[in-house]
Each structure stands twice: as structure tokens, then as C-alpha cells.
Design a protein around this ligand. Structure first.
Ligand code: AMP
Ligand code: MG
Length: 420
């Protein structure tokens, strides 16, 4: 007799592709104040209507000069004007220089700035200060040219750019007080599992046997906020079929994604899976990834509005849930907001550990960079150990069956990039 064969695991990249193929950018855009646009995604190209800097200006405190006047060494010139930042000067005549300060417009006729440390003041003649320069002067020196940062008409930030602090500053430097951004994904978050207790409802010393605190709900909510989502935390789904159907229907009408954790293992009894099937469709995938493996993906039809809400059921084990969110749900949410580039970029770093036996699934090992420029491995890689995620600052993306010897270069994915 042959042993029962299990269906082969779905490669992670295939699962991602299948999931992302179902996800369209959300309709509708919103105008938000640039001050409030951190984390949002630009829905239109940001095209500059001006040059930055807007005018040639001095990058030093010193003297604006005409280099043609400086042919002869030791030439003495007259300081005929003073131009602080925010003021404009007069055209510079032959034999004249202008006292100038950082950020002030370079006056017409001037083609270089000499820093004040290289100038020697010689006193006044007829009430006009005289100056001499102690070093050779190159045309163009210490002038910030108009448009050297941004040219008028240039696309400064393309649609699909996720806005962070630097992007907001750049948009403001172009005079943009408001930005057109994509709609926020509206996400309904559910938990499943009779063992789950909310922190605050029961103190640790009174936790009943078999009960655990619901930790997934906390990091999932925080991760969703980081991804620019509006989150409705709908708590624990009532453990009855009718109530589950009603909860899913209402959630679908008002959300773009219904996200649950737990209850997606094969053969697990719960009401969510059949309820999603009754109201839409659901696939149960077994993905070649560790931590993680089971993932439910489908949709729930809307009863009032047109269309449907996506449904994703993450595995219940906290580390599985966390990593699967980053690998599968994060790109989905970014794609909904029109972000074009949401792949992860790995860095090759040396392993400062051994992995004598590679797992048969593609594995995401929690590691931490050390001071020697290598990666240390968290000793307990179990999918329930959230400490590994807190201790680690990223994961090694290790191919199925691949062993690692100390010193080998491995693919490191920093958490910081995912959480930005
Ligand atoms: P499940 O995927 O429902 O079989 O759950 C797998 C493991 O994850 C079990 O040990 C559950 O108790 C645990 N688990 C499920 N949901 C949560 C949650 N929201 N917070 C913490 N642990 C959970
Ligand atoms: Mg469960």
C-alpha cells in the first residue's frame, strides 16, 4: 500500500501573484492637506510649476563678484551694496562687488561668490568699503543655480508614490498645500478562536486554563494603520452561523477587505469559512512558507452596494500571522492604493550561524544584524514565539531545503523596510 499523498504546497510567489491578480486599485481619490498626507499614496503625478531654487542664490556669506574684474592679482574692488536673504540687489557694475548672505539672490552681472573668509576688508574710500580677495576665484563658485533641485515642468513625484516625511517636504517646497491621494483601504478586522481573551477583560492571574490573550488583533491593527488603512476592529465573530453571516455581510458592505486570523487550518471547525463560501467564494491555500502555510483567500459579495470585499484569513499562530501579513496582505493593500513598486528588496549579508537542515518550505528566519556586519539567528524559530519578531530586525529568506553554513551570504529582509 502506498502512503496517502498530500497535495504539493503552492510556491509563495505563485500565491502572491494569484492574490494580487484579483486586487484592483480602489476607485476614488481624496484631496488632503500636505501636513496630513504622511503615509498616503499620490494619485496624480506631482508636476512642478516652478524652479527650485527659484533664482540663482548664494550658498555662502561673502561677496558676489564679476570674475572678469579679478584678472589681475591683488585687485581692489568697491563694496557698493548689501543683499541679505529675502532681498534683491541692483545690477553689479564693473569694479563693484556686493556684500551677500546665504540664500540671497545673486545680483545681475555677478557670476561667482567669494566666501567672507577669503576676503580682506581694506577700509573705506569716500565712504565706500574696499575689499581684496586672497584666493583665486572660479566662475560659478558658491552659487546655487535656479532649478538645480527641481526644474519647472518636471514630474517630481509620480502617481503611486507613497508619501513620507521627505516627500512631504519636497511637495511643500513646490508650494503644494494639498495633495491628491488614493482612497484609504477600509479594513474590517475579526478574530476567531474560543481560547482568545482580550487584555483588560481578564487580569493575567485570573486567566482560565487554556485561554490566551488575543495578541494578533493588536499587531494586525497597528500594521493596517501603517499601511494607510481605516480599520474597523469588529472583535470576535459570534460563534453562530446566522450571526457570522450577518457580520460578514455588514462588513462587506462597508469595507474593501475583511481580515481574520485563526481557523484556516485544514479540517478546522469554524463558522467563518462556510459563511464566506455562502456569501462569495473562498480558496484555502497551503503555501510553501514557514512560518505560515495555510491562508484563506476569497471575497464576500456586497448586499447593498455593487462589488465585493476581499477576504483574507491569516493563520492563527502569531508569528505566522505577522509574517504572512507582511508578505501577502501588505502588497495587496499597497496595490489597492495604486503603489506600483511593492516588492521587497533583500540585502545579501553573511550568516553568523549554521542551519544544518533546511526546511522543506521556504523559510523566513528571524535574525538580527550584529556589530560585525553579520546576522545572528534567534534560537527559537517556532511560529508561536512573538519574542523572535521583537528581538529580530528582519528575516532571512531561505529557499526550501537550503542549508546555511556560518559565513554564507544569505538574503536579509529588514522589517524596517516593510513597516515604513
Ligand atoms: P489556528 O490557526 O486557529 O489553529 O491557531 C493556531 C494557534 O494560534 C493556536 O495556538 C491559537 O491559540 C493561536 N492563535 C489564534 N488566534 C490568535 C490570536 N488572535 N492571538 C494569539 N494567538 C492566536
Ligand atoms: Mg483557532
Amino acid at each position: 500500500m502506498t502512503a496517502p499523498t498530500r497535495a504539493p504546497l503552492m510556491p509563495l510567489d505563485e500565491a502572491r501573484q494569484r492574490l494580487l491578480a484579483q486586487v484592483q486599485p480602489l476607485p476614488g481619490t481624496e484631496s488632503v492637506a500636505t501636513f496630513d498626507a504622511d503615509g498616503r499614496v499620490l494619485a496624480q503625478d506631482l508636476v512642478s510649476s516652478l524652479q527650485v531654487p527659484a533664482f540663482d542664490n548664494s550658498s555662502m556669506d561673502g561677496y558676489a563678484v564679476r570674475t572678469a574684474d579679478l584678472g589681475r592679482a591683488d585687485v581692489v574692488l568697491r563694496v557698493t551694496q548689501r543683499i541679505p536673504a529675502g532681498h534683491t540687489g541692483q545690477p553689479l557694475q564693473p569694479g563693484e562687488v556686493a556684500r551677500i548672505f546665504t540664500g540671497a539672490p545673486v545680483p545681475p552681472g555677478a557670476d561667482a561668490v567669494v566666501m567672507q573668509e577669503e576676503a580682506e576688508l581694506l577700509g573705506e574710500e569716500c565712504g565706500v568699503p574696499q575689499v581684496r580677495f586672497t584666493r583665486p576665484v572660479t566662475p560659478g563658485q558658491w552659487i546655487r543655480r535656479s532649478g538645480e533641485d527641481v526644474q519647472r515642468g518636471a514630474t517630481v513625484l509620480p502617481a503611486g508614490t507613497r508619501l513620507g516625511p521627505a516627500e512631504l517636504g519636497l511637495a511643500a517646497s513646490l508650494g503644494q498645500a494639498h495633495l491628491t491621494v488614493s482612497a484609504r483601504p477600509r479594513v474590517a478586522l475579526f478574530s476567531t478562536g474560543d481560547e482568545l481573551v482580550m487584555p483588560g477583560d481578564v487580569p493575567p492571574e485570573a486567566l482560565p486554563p487554556g485561554a490566551i490573550y488575543n495578541s494578533n488583533r493588536f499587531f494586525l491593527k497597528a500594521l493596517l494603520h501603517r499601511m494607510g488603512c481605516e480599520v474597523s476592529d469588529l472583535g470576535i465573530v459570534p460563534d453562530r452561523r446566522e450571526a457570522t453571516l450577518a457580520a460578514l455581510k455588514t462588513a462587506a458592505d462597508h469595507h474593501d477587505l475583511i481580515l481574520t486570523s485563526g481557523g484556516v487550518s485544514v479540517g478546522e471547525e469554524d463558522h467563518v469559512k462556510p459563511a464566506v463560501q455562502a456569501l462569495g467564494a473562498l480558496d484555502l491555500w497551503q503555501i510553501s512558507m514557514k512560518p505560515g502555510k495555510p491562508l484563506a483567500f476569497g471575497h464576500v459579495r456586497r448586499s447593498t452596494a455593487a462589488g465585493q470585499a476581499h477576504f483574507v484569513g491569516l493563520p492563527g499562530n502569531p508569528v505566522s500571522s505577522y509574517i504572512t501579513f507582511l508578505l501577502m496582505v501588505r502588497p495587496m493593500l499597497l496595490q489597492m492604493q495604486g503603489v506600483r513598486q511593492h516588492d521587497w528588496a533583500s540585502i545579501q549579508l553573511p550568516a553568523h550561524f549554521d542551519l544544518p537542515k533546511g526546511d522543506k518550505r521556504r523559510e523566513f528566519l528571524r535574525v538580527r544584524r550584529n556589530a560585525a556586519g553579520g546576522l545572528d539567528l534567534f534560537p527559537n524559530q517556532s511560529s508561536g514565539v512573538l519574542t523572535s519578531v521583537v528581538w529580530g530586525d528582519g528575516v532571512v529568506d531561505n529557499p526550501a531545503g537550503h542549508t546555511i553554513a556560518r559565513g554564507d551570504l544569505v538574503n536579509f529582509l529588514p522589517f524596517a523596510e516593510w513597516l515604513a
